[in-house]
Design a protein around this ligand. Structure first.
Ligand code: SAH
Length: 382
């Protein structure tokens, strides 16, 4: 296995576990999860990566003006701060994406496009977002600027494509807010379709610039497959997919279930989910834009029954309101996909006190070199 040798690791702070070799990181995470969760059941062995480098298929590079050298510099935001650490590559990021970001930087100098300086409120380029479809190879480049006028944009795009003909779409986004890495509300497609597609567990998904899509596709496929396996689908089940995002888990599940209902709070994610369902010819899956708990309460009140409830909440975990609705819905099984073991423990405590037993916990290492871990837990009704 390659050695970790990042020169900016200390300043960047993104790789909290870089002081450990990869096999030791897995042991560290396993121990941490076992001490937190083994009261519920044995925690299965964490599934690590064969190659734990360059797994991020979503890359964001920030730009600033280097006064000393009188040229544009680029790098990553320091964890929890606004300062940019100059670097051309990150050991966790897709290598092709890193190269494209360097080309964007060079082109900015040759086209005399100054990076944006937030203190002076002067300049053009803020950051670039690059996403790559792992299985399709499609590449999206989003140029995010502070001002709406993009001088010589056609020649800029031409020069970028000449250097990287594998880019399939280029988008210009205007972010005039205070938030550094955010995308603004206005986007204009300069080249290609304005989105990319990728395949995951045999299904196709559309990824727009602002869509949520897991950043580690290799491990994501393993995670979702585990979630579907834990759901125990035979083709007869009705499934409630809560916190469904762009519908990924629900659409994959729909191939093996009778019916799937996905609920998600974010409007644009629901729009993507509907498109994704159509893209996959999944006509037994529906999506609703609402609070997952409120909707589950409502629909069970209408007499609807679910065999399986899947939940994949954000880092803050679920809420008593949702968990209570899930318990009242009385599904045979619940599958909890979690990106934060601490809130997972809190929510499993609630569910085990209310008629469910934890049968399996499978950790998957989605974010090597960082302190984050993802888990899938299976609960069955007592
Ligand atoms: N299951 C998806 C997305 C998980 S991210 C996937 O794997 O891709 C968590 C999602 O929960 C986000 O899309 C967020 O918008 C949504 N969310 C947060 N609070 C919610 C709530 N109260 N009700 C429904 N969805 C919610």
């Amino acid at each position: 296995m390659r050695e970790y040798n990042c020169k900016v690791s200390k300043r960047c702070g993104g790789c909290q576990l870089s002081y450990l070799r990869y096999p030791d990181q897995l042991i560290y995470k396993q121990n941490q999860l076992s001490s937190l969760l083994s009261d519920f059941c044995t925690v299965d062995e964490i599934i690590g990566m064969k190659n734990p480098f360059n797994y991020r298929n979503k890359v964001q590079t920030a730009f600033y003006w280097d006064y000393k050298r009188q040229r544009t510099a680029s790098g990553v935001y320091q964890s929890n701060s606004k300062s940019i650490v100059p670097t051309d590559k990150c050991m966790l990021e897709d290598e092709k994406a890193d190269k494209i970001a360097v080309t964007v930087r060079k082109l900015c100098d040759s086209f005399k496009l100054r990076p944006y300086d937030i203190k002076k409120d002067y300049g053009f380029l803020r950051h670039v977002l690059i996403r790559r479809g792992f299985n399709t190879g499609e590449i999206m480049v989003v140029i995010v600027s502070a001002t709406p006028v993009f001088p010589s944009k056609n020649n800029f795009v031409k020069a970028l494509l000449k250097e990287h003909p594998e880019i399939t779409t280029v988008i210009h986004n205007v972010n005039d807010t205070e938030l550094n890495l955010a995308l603004g509300a206005r986007s204009k497609t300069l080249y290609g379709k304005g989105y990319i597609t990728d395949t995951l567990c045999g299904c196709t998904f559309r990824i727009s610039p602002e869509s949520f899509y897991q950043v580690n596709p290799v491990q994501c496929e393993i995670l979702y497959s585990k979630a579907i396996e834990f759901a125990g689908l035979t083709g007869k089940e009705t499934v409630f997919d809560s916190y469904c995002g762009t519908g990924t888990i629900g659409i994959i599940a729909s191939k093996k279930a009778k019916q799937v209902l996905g609920v998600e709070l974010n409007k644009s994610a629901v729009r993507d989910a509907v498109t994704n369902a159509r893209l996959n010819g999944a006509d037994n899956v529906w999506f609703v834009c609402d609070d997952a708990g409120e909707y589950l309460d409502y629909i069970t009140g209408e007499g609807e029954r679910f065999d399986v409830v899947i939940l994949d909440p954000p880092r803050a975990g679920s809420t008593v309101k949702f968990l209570n609705a899930a318990v009242n819905a009385r599904p045979k099984r619940m599958v909890y996909v979690s990106c934060n073991p601490v809130t997972l423990k809190r929510d499993l405590d609630y569910l085990t006190e209310n008629g469910y037993a934890v049968k399996k916990i499978q950790p998957v290492d989605m974010f090597p070199f960082t302190s984050h871990t993802e888990c899938v837990a299976l609960l069955c009704k007592n």
